[in-house]
Ligand binder design. Structure first.
Ligand SMILES: CC(C)(COP(=O)(O)OP(=O)(O)OC[C@H]1O[C@@H](n2cnc3c(N)ncnc32)[C@H](O)[C@@H]1OP(=O)(O)O)[C@@H](O)C(=O)NCCC(=O)NCCS
Length: 173
């Protein structure tokens, strides 16, 4: 643990973020918790979007405010993962989406970073005065389920989302 730190992206992170995105595209894996980075062609537009996501007054109608963080490695500042903390739950998030979405770049998966990234984002949840956090994942996503379990996630139930079994875990803060 203690290999990563979280930061909100700035214009200076453009190259790192585009390189991260490219690695995911080349791997064929789908990113998660990236605030739509996969849908935006322009880094600047994506940065504006995630900045608007921060506040109730500026986030998209029907959405809740959220903060996106880059997880960078302390030793060399490499961008390792991206995680998004949704500040509260609406009905859809309570049923399916949860408070946290996350991913680790393919070449750095399986090294414990996913587990650490969630631990760091739980600290951000504490700062937001949340007393418990919901994290969900598809049951077939064993790696994601393990990262949640290793952060003391307690399985509440399994629901069907888009025809697939999804697990809902609560973490008490
Ligand atoms: C899910 C994800 C964030 C996990 O990150 P990670 O850095 O690989 O996770 P960790 O290295 O902390 O591994 C956590 C556990 O998962 C296990 N694991 C990792 N990859 C695995 C795999 N492909 N199959 C089975 N288990 C796996 C690890 O062995 C570890 O368990 P253990 O400690 O019991 O051995 C990463 O795989 C990812 O970005 N996936 C794509 C996006 C995604 O699915 N995000 C989650 C959306 S809900």
């Amino acid at each position: 643990m203690n290999r990563l730190y979280l930061k909100f992206p700035t214009l200076e992170d453009k190259e790192k973020v585009l390189d991260f995105k490219n690695e995911f595209i080349l791997s064929g894996q789908k990113m998660a918790g990236v605030g739509g980075l996969d849908r935006y062609d322009s880094f600047e537009e994506w940065l504006t979007k995630i900045t608007n996501d921060l506040k109730e007054e500026t986030c998209k109608e029907g959405k809740v405010p959220a903060t996106l963080y880059l997880s960078c490695r302390i030793s060399d500042d490499k961008l390792i993962g991206i995680v998004k903390v949704k500040h509260r739950l609406n009905k859809h998030l309570l049923d399916y989406g949860g408070n946290i979405g996350d991913c680790i770049r393919p070449s750095e998966q399986g090294k414990g970073y996913g587990t650490e990234q969630i631990a760091l984002s739980l600290e951000k949840c504490r700062e937001l005065k949340m007393d418990r956090v919901l994290i969900t994942c598809f049951k077939r996503n064993i790696a994601s389920a393990r990262t949640i379990q290793k952060n003391n996630g307690i399985l509440e139930n399994e629901v069907i989302d888009n025809g697939e079994l999804k697990q809902r875990y609560w973490i008490e803060l």
